[in-house]
Write a protein that binds this ligand. Structure first.
Ligand SMILES: NC(=O)c1ccc[n+]([C@@H]2O[C@H](COP(=O)([O-])OP(=O)(O)OC[C@H]3O[C@@H](n4cnc5c(N)ncnc54)[C@H](O)[C@@H]3O)[C@@H](O)[C@H]2O)c1
Length: 438
C-alpha cells in the first residue's frame, strides 16, 4: 500500500514514520522546502522522543521518502492523508481551512486511479463535504472517496499514542474506502480491534467533542484548585478522591496554569464558533474558553502576589516555556501569557527550557535565556516552575538557596511536596494548596 502524507509537521511526520514502520510505503510531502531538505538530510525539524531513530530505520529500509513534489506523490498513492495545519483564523476564531482546501486542489490535479483522500487534520463538521466538492470540481473524472480520520496523538508521547491508540475513528460510508482504511490500519488491529467506523460528519465532530471535553475537565479542576486555596483544601487530594470514581476517571485532573498547546485553545474556539453558527451554542465550552483565558493572566498575578505585591526591578527565573514537557512546541503555551505580564510589571525575566528556547526566542521579547535551572536562578527573587520537564523534578534546593536572592518557589505544576521545599527554607506557592505551603 502506498501512502502519501500532505503536511509533515507534528502529526504528518509522526503518522508517516509510523505508517512506514507498519510496513507501508510512505511519501511525506511538505510545501516548506527547508523542512524537506532537513528531512532528506536525515534530521528532524521537531523534538519528539524516539522519532529520530524510527525515521532513520524506516528510511534505511527504503519505505520512507520526503519530497516537495506533491503531484508525483499523489499520483503514486493509494491513500493520501491531509495533515496540514488548521490554526485559528485571525479575527474570528473559526478554523482556517485555507491549507486544507489548497491541499485538496493539489490532490485533485494529480489523482490517478481510485484514491482515498483522508483528512487527518482537525477540521470542522462539513469540511470533508467541501474537500469532496473541490476535488470533483477541479477534476470531474477523478475516482476517489473522502474519509475523515482524526488524529488523537499527544506531542511528547506521539509514537506510543499512534501505535497503541485507544481507538481509531474512521468516518466514511463508502465500502471501497472502508476496505482501504482497514488495510492501512491492519498491522494495529491484528492485536486489538480499535477501529471505530461512523459517518464522516460524526467523525469530524468526535475530534472536537473529545478535545472540548478534556479542556473542560482541566478547567474544572483548575477552578476547584482556586476554591481549595480559599478554603484550605488540597486539590491534588481532591483530584485523587474524585478520580477514583470510575465514572470520572483520574486523567486530565491535574491542576495547573491553564491549558495551552497546538490543539485545545484553537479547537475549543472553533467548536464554539461552529455551534454558534448553527444556532446550537455550547455554553459549557464558551465558559471553558473564557475561564482558561483568565487563568493564564491570573497566574502572573499569583507570581506578583507571592513576590510581596511587586516584581518591579526583580529578576524572575522561569523554568519551562513549552506548553508541556517533551516537545519543542510553543503554540499557545501558558508562558507566552504569563511572561509578558510579569515584564509589564517591571520584572526582568530569565528563562530556561530544554527544547523550547529557539521557538520562544521568536515569540517573546527581552527574555534572557540561560543554560540550565541554576544559571537562571542566580540572583533571582523567585523561581517559577511553568512546565514540568523531568530536568526540574529533582532540583537541588540547597544549591538554589545559596544562589537566589531569596528562597521562593512558585510551582505552577505542583511538582514538589510542600514539606520537601519548606525543609530547605523555601517559601512555596503551588496550585490549589493554601498559600505559604500547607
Ligand atoms: N500537534 C498535535 O499534537 C495534533 C494532534 C492531533 C491533531 N492535530 C491536528 O493535525 C493538524 C496538523 O497539526 P500539526 O501540529 O502537525 O501542524 P504543523 O503546523 O506542525 O504541520 C503542518 C505542516 O503542513 C505543511 N503544509 C501546509 N500547507 C501545505 C500544503 N498545501 N502542502 C504541503 N504541506 C503543507 C506546513 O508547512 C507544515 O509543515 C492540525 O489540524 C491539528 O489540529 C495536531
Amino acid at each position: 500500500m502506498h501512502i502519501t502524507m500532505i503536511g509533515s509537521g507534528y502529526v504528518g511526520l509522526v503518522s508517516g514514520v509510523c505508517f512506514a514502520d507498519f510496513g507501508h510505503d510512505v511519501t511525506c510531502v511538505d510545501s516548506n522546502v527547508d523542512k524537506i531538505a532537513l528531512l532528506n538530510d536525515g534530521k528532524i525539524p521537531i523534538f519528539e522522543p524516539g522519532l529520530s531513530d524510527l525515521l532513520a530505520s524506516n528510511r534505511n529500509a527504503g519505505r520512507l521518502n520526503f519530497t516537495t513534489d506533491v503531484a508525483a506523490a499523489v499520483a503514486a498513492a493509494d491513500v493520501v492523508f491531509i495533515a496540514v495545519g488548521t490554526p485559528s483564523r485571525r479575527g474570528d476564531g473559526h478554523a482556517d481551512l485555507s491549507y486544507i482546501y489548497a491541499a485538496a486542489r493539489d490532490i485533485a490535479r494529480a489523482i490517478k486511479g481510485f484514491t482515498v483522500v483522508v483528512t487527518k487534520s482537525t477540521v470542522p463538521v462539513g469540511t470533508g463535504d467541501e474537500v469532496e466538492r473541490i476535488i470533483r470540481e477541479e477534476n470531474p473524472e477523478a475516482d476517489f472517496a473522502v474519509v475523515s480520520n482524526p488524529e488523537f496523538l499527544r506531542e511528547g508521547a506521539a509514537i506510543a499514542d499512534f501505535k497503541r491508540p485507544d481507538r481509531i475513528v474512521i468516518g466514511t460510508e463508502e465500502p471501497r474506502a472502508v476496505d482501504v482504511m482497514k488495510e492501512v490500519y491492519r498491522p494495529l488491529y491484528l492485536n486489538a480491534p480499535p477501529l471505530f467506523f461512523c459517518d464522516r460528519r460524526t467523525s469530524e465532530l468526535i475530534k472536537y467533542a473529545g478535545n472540548a471535553f478534556l479542556a473542560m475537565k482541566i478547567t474544572f479542576i483548575n477552578e476547584i484548585a482556586d476554591l481549595c486555596e480559599r478554603v484550605g483544601a488540597d486539590v491534588q487530594k481532591v483530584s485523587k478522591g474524585i478520580g477514583l470514581d470510575k465514572r470520572i476517571g483520574d486523567k486530565f485532573l491535574h491542576a495547573g496554569p491553564g491549558y495551552g498547546g497546538s490543539c485545545f485553545p484553537k479547537d475549543t474556539l472553533a467548536l464554539v464558533k461552529t455551534a454558534q453558527d448553527v444556532g446550537s451554542p455550547v455554553r459549557l465550552i464558551e465558559t471553558t474558553v473564557a475561564v482558561n483565558d483568565d487563568r493564564k493572566q491570573s497566574m502572573a498575578r499569583k507570581v506578583i502576589t507571592a513576590c510581596g505585591g511587586s516584581v518591579n526591578g526583580k529578576k524572575i527565573a522561569v523554568l519551562g516555556l513549552t506548553f508541556k514537557p517533551n516537545t519543542d512546541d510553543m503554540r499557545d503555551a501558558p508562558s507566552l501569557a504569563i511572561i509578558p505580564v510579569l515584564q509589564e510589571n517591571g520584572a526582568i525575566v530569565h528563562a530556561y527550557d530544554p527544547e523550547g528556547m529557539e521557538a520562544a526566542g521568536t515569540m517573546l521579547s527581552d527574555v534572557v535565556f540561560g543554560r540550565d535551572a541554576y544559571h537562571v536562578a542566580e540572583g533571582a527573587a523567585a523561581l517559577v516552575l511553568v512546565t514540568e520537564w523531568d530536568a526540574f523534578r529533582a532540583l537541588d534546593f540547597r544549591r538554589l538557596e545559596t544562589i537566589m536572592e531569596q528562597p521562593l518557589l512558585i510551582d505552577l505544576r505542583n511538582v514538589y511536596p510542600v514539606e520537601e521545599v519548606a525543609r530547605h527554607g523555601f517559601a512555596y506557592h503551588g496550585i490549589g494548596r493554601s498559600p505559604g505551603g500547607r
